[in-house]
Design a protein around this ligand. Structure first.
Ligand code: FES
Length: 99
């Protein structure tokens, strides 16, 4: 299938990507944007390892077709500005499963 161009605002920065129309947001974040803090665990919406914020709503990026995110603000773990939250992720091992 032919690739399509999409603009995403990730962590406050607008970027353009050429993606397969059926790509998952998770794959575009990791493979196209190079932000590997977002992980794939189960790949089916159960574990939360792929959690990101879309317009400040928590979602499992493995379940989101990237074309649904066009024009919305995506925040990954790299984009979190709250140091206490980042420290809590590290302290509680949230980097693997998102719990
Ligand atoms: Fe487990 Fe997305 S990878 S919920």
């Amino acid at each position: 299938m032919k690739k399509t161009s999409i603009k995403l605002k990730i962590n406050g920065k607008v970027q353009s990507f050429s993606v397969h129309p059926m790509s998952r947001l998770l794959d575009v974040i990791r493979e196209n944007a190079g932000l590997t803090g977002t992980k794939e665990g189960c790949g089916e919406g159960e574990c939360g390892a792929c959690s990101v914020l879309i317009d400040n709503q928590l979602v499992n990026s493995c379940l989101v077709p990237v074309l649904e995110v066009s024009g919305k603000a995506v925040t990954t773990i790299e984009g979190l500005k709250n140091k206490k939250l980042k420290d809590a992720f590290l302290k509680c091992g949230g980097t693997q499963c998102g719990i």
